[in-house]
Design a protein around this ligand. Structure first.
Ligand code: HOZ
Length: 428
């Protein structure tokens, strides 16, 4: 596998950017490699600057549910760009995307569009604090809600990958106001509420945890969160930045039948451009400025390019009935991976929902953070390196999720399974 150009670019990148990257996991450190630099994405494939081709299971960390450079999305962006890239003023496309979101997710009466998932979650928490007049929040070990100070405590994603789950630079007052419970462990939440119930503004949770690898909510867990928050007057925030429009058209909450007070979104609603959103009940959302006094603003919020990409993507998903096909493709792949595991006599955990899946290098079930971190990350790194050589692009971390897109074909799946077989034969 040729890598000369990627190596040259990485040397230059390190001179000008910390660690040579703009987001830590991309540095490939935890898999013992240097990053490949991507020059193009088409459908299910990525092409790097050394002309290597990969079947992509990162899909830009989730947004590209339709695959790379989907023609209608590209066309929508081009048409919008030709009329101006940003106005810093109201435009029709914002209304269209907001309407699509509100219609798809019944718990969202009103929505505020922002530029990233991080903006969405930090704004939702500010709003919850204003609504309840309380300061503390509850989050879960291994869940990741972007990089605002309140959330960088026992967090997943890049923090878990780097083995430093709590970031330095976070003021003590934030650590004090963020209480950490255990995912899929109602008792840990009850304990926190027994002690601090009247001080808790909100519980924020990824209803499908996607930043410590994929961990599914156990039956009753989310229902319990709804019950506990309702009882104590705290808000329930579902962080659906990853799961929104991924598991079905709408939020995972549509499938689970649970109504959170606030929801955060990102990734897919931007169709590959930077968009986030927070929304929920009208009485809560009406506290947001200029209707209310919870301030939050953004020069590029609602910009026409991002709105065009998001609207085009959601319309295709809405009309295309894509979710059954996605689920079938992902199940075909995970089923075949399990066959390969059986051939080698291994029973690693393989979690899947719809088109998201994670292999944990870990015998037995993985339903909790404690089980997640038992995974053999060195073995994952060796597996990763072998897969990359075979032209398969998995997330460069044990603690991220694989995504299947509408562009992944039967042929891609066959090739992926063959590559996994070869990779395992070399590392076991
Ligand atoms: N934290 C992101 C995945 N959950 C990674 C973002 C990126 O590196 O682009």
């Amino acid at each position: 596998m040729k890598q000369e150009r990627s190596k040259e670019l990485f040397i230059a990148a390190k001179k000008y950017m910390p660690g040579g990257v703009n987001s830590p996991v991309r540095a490939f450190r935890s898999v013992g490699l240097e990053p490949v630099f991507i020059k193009q994405g088409i459908g299910s494939k990525l092409y790097d600057v050394d002309d290597n081709e990969y079947i992509d299971y990162v899909c830009s960390w989730g947004p590209l549910i339709l695959g790379h450079s989907y023609p209608q999305v590209v066309q929508a962006i081009s048409e919008a760009a030709a009329k101006g890239t940003s106005f810093g003023a109201c435009c029709e496309r914002e209304v269209e995307l907001a309407q699509l979101i509100c219609e798809a997710i019944p718990s969202i009466d009103k929505v505020r569009l922002v530029n990233s998932g991080t903006e969405a979650t930090m704004s939702a928490v500010r709003l919850a604090r204003a609504y309840t007049g309380r300061e503390k929040i509850v989050k879960f070990e291994g869940c990741y809600h972007g990089h605002a100070d309140s959330f960088l405590i026992k967090a997943g994603s890049g923090l878990l990958t780097s083995g430093v789950p709590t970031s330095s630079g976070v003021p003590g007052s934030f650590v004090w106001s963020t209480l950490v419970a255990r995912y899929n462990d109602t008792e840990s939440v009850e304990k926190i509420f027994a002690e601090y119930g009247q001080e808790i503004a909100a519980v924020i949770v990824e209803p499908v945890a996607g930043n410590m690898g994929l961990v599914l909510p156990q039956p009753g867990f989310l229902e319990n969160l709804r019950r506990i928050t309702e009882r104590s007057g705290a808000l329930l925030i579902f962080d659906e930045v990853i799961s929104g429009f991924r598991t079905c058209y709408g939020g995972f909450q549509n499938l689970a039948g649970i109504v959170p007070d606030l929801t955060t979104l990102g990734k897919i609603i931007g169709g590959g451009l930077p968009v986030g959103a927070y929304g929920g009940r009208e009485d809560i959302m009406n506290l947001v400025a200029p209707e209310g006094d919870v301030y939050q603003a953004g020069t590029l919020s609602g910009n026409p390019l991002a709105m065009a990409a998001g609207t085009a993507t959601l319309k295709i998903l809405k009309e295309g009935n894509c979710y059954d096909e996605l689920e079938k493709a992902a199940s075909l792949l995970t089923g075949k991976i399990k066959d390969v595991f059986a051939k080698y006599g291994i029973c690693w955990a393989l979690n899947q929902i719809g088109s998201m899946f994670s292999i944990f290098f870990n015998e037995g079930e993985v339903c909790t953070y404690e089980e997640v971190i038992k995974s053999d990350t060195d073995k994952y790194a060796r597996f990763y390196r072998e897969l990359l050589k075979e032209g398969i692009y998995f997330p460069p971390s044990q603690y991220e999720v694989c995504f299947v897109s509408c562009a992944h074909s039967q042929d891609d799946i066959e090739k992926t399974v063959e590559a996994i077989d070869k990779a395992l034969s070399r590392i076991l």
